[in-house]
Design a protein around this ligand. Structure first.
Ligand SMILES: Cc1cc2nc3c(=O)[nH]c(=O)nc-3n(C[C@H](O)[C@H](O)[C@H](O)COP(=O)(O)OP(=O)(O)OC[C@H]3O[C@@H](n4cnc5c(N)ncnc54)[C@H](O)[C@@H]3O)c2cc1C
Length: 352
């Protein structure tokens, strides 16, 4: 059966909910289609010890401050899930769960949104599908000959799964540092941390609050035609959240440069030496989950869709939020997604 609505939001994580908040305020008819069975987007799937890199009040969506988590300066992922579940209830957001969108197509004066449970004809679409469903693994010689376990950030849960084992953690970003710290601090896992370039820790007094300010200042400078400040990347890559700081200060976070190749039972380094390993955790990032937009033929360089703000250059009825800075400064953060969501909905309201 085909249903009709003003706007379909694809994805019901934080970005989709922020869009829903603004669509409600504009009085537009809309539906949020989300592949998950439960609220919370990818926060439901984070590893057990993950905590935000900003305090609760600096991790809020529009309209409703995230309450503090008792006893925690930096809330855990479960607290974020509870907040998002409460948020969609509070604003009565029409989220249809267990619904995966396979394709968005042009159909005369409408966009046709094809999902596994039906078809929607919409006047505009907001894509907010995140990147969690597209983990990225780099090509490394011999990867398939390694007989140990390969995991990505998305599959990692807790150190107990590796008790007594040697684990190689690959990646010099926040996930790599945090997972290496999680395993190393446990004391029952031998950890080798591998990064492509020497790890760059941010100063200890910088957390997500400052990062948001830096990202916003960079965008303002670029918009005003001033020179690029370099943004967050100019400061470092790794937020020194408490466990990372503890592991670093205990000397447990000594990174090695990338190994040359896998062997059947471990890895071989550039100097020919060998380290045995039981598992490798790839903390090597994600790509935006955009396959449902393929029929629109909008892909540009690096797999992104070229945008002006949040609006797709090749399809003015399509907006993208979340994903990364290319859809707005700090668009892929809790506190940062509110502004692009507001801008997208304003433009859509103007269009309709
Ligand atoms: C390890 C890690 C730690 C992070 N820590 C922080 C932090 O401390 N603070 C912060 O602000 N940000 C943090 N982020 C960044 C960001 O806030 C999260 O990645 C956040 O989950 C992004 O929200 P989203 O709504 O864009 O995507 P998601 O949470 O991934 O939500 C997307 C939703 O879309 C659904 N979906 C996907 N494809 C389809 C489809 N075809 N049809 C229907 N539904 C679909 C998914 O099932 C999901 O429910 C972190 C990210 C990671 C990976």
């Amino acid at each position: 059966m085909t249903q009709h609505t003003d706007v379909v939001v694809v994805g019901g994580g934080q970005a989709g909910l922020a869009a829903g908040y603004h669509l409600r305020r504009q009085g537009l008819d809309f539906v949020i289609l989300d592949a998950e069975a439960a609220p919370g987007g990818s926060w439901q799937h984070m590893w057990d010890s993950l905590h935000l890199f900003s305090p609760a009040e600096h991790s809020s969506l529009p309209g409703r401050l995230m309450p503090a988590q008792p006893g925690e300066t930096y809330p855990g992922a479960g607290h974020v899930v509870d907040y998002l579940a409460d948020y969609e209830k509070r604003y009565d957001l029409p989220v249809q769960r267990g619904t995966r969108v396979d394709a968005v197509r042009r159909d005369a004066d409408r966009l046709l949104v094809e999902a596994d449970s039906g078809i929607w004809r919409a006047r505009a679409v907001i894509s907010a599908t995140g990147s969690w469903s597209r983990p990225f693994l780099p090509a490394v010689p011999g990867r398939s000959v390694f007989t140990g376990r390969h995991l990505h950030t998305v599959n990692y849960r807790c150190p107990a799964d590796f008790a007594g084992q040697h684990v190689i953690v690959v990646g010099g970003g926040n996930s790599g540092a945090q997972i290496a710290a999680d395993l190393a601090l446990d004391g029952h896992v031998e950890v080798t941390w591998v990064t492509q370039r020497p790890p760059r820790f941010l100063p200890d007094d910088i957390d997500g609050r400052a990062l948001f300010d830096v990202a916003t200042a960079r965008r303002r400078a670029l918009d005003a035609g001033r020179s690029d400040t370099g943004g967050v990347a100019s400061l470092g890559d790794i937020v020194a959240v408490p466990p990372v700081r503890a592991a670093r200060d205990a000397g447990l976070l000594q990174a090695k440069p990338m190994f040359a190749r896998f062997t059947a039972d471990g890895v071989q380094w550039a100097d020919g030496s060998h380290t045995g390993a039981d598992a490798v955790v790839w903390c090597t990032g994600f790509r935006p989950a955009l396959s449902h937009l393929a029929p629109l033929n909008l892909r540009g360089a690096r797999g992104h869709i070229p945008t002006d703000g949040t609006r797709a250059l090749g399809e003015p009825r399509l907006h993208l939020i979340g994903y990364g800075d290319w859809t707005g400064p700090a668009s892929a953060t809790l506190i940062g997604v509110g502004r692009p969501a507001r801008d997208a909905v304003r433009e859509i309201a103007g269009l309709l």
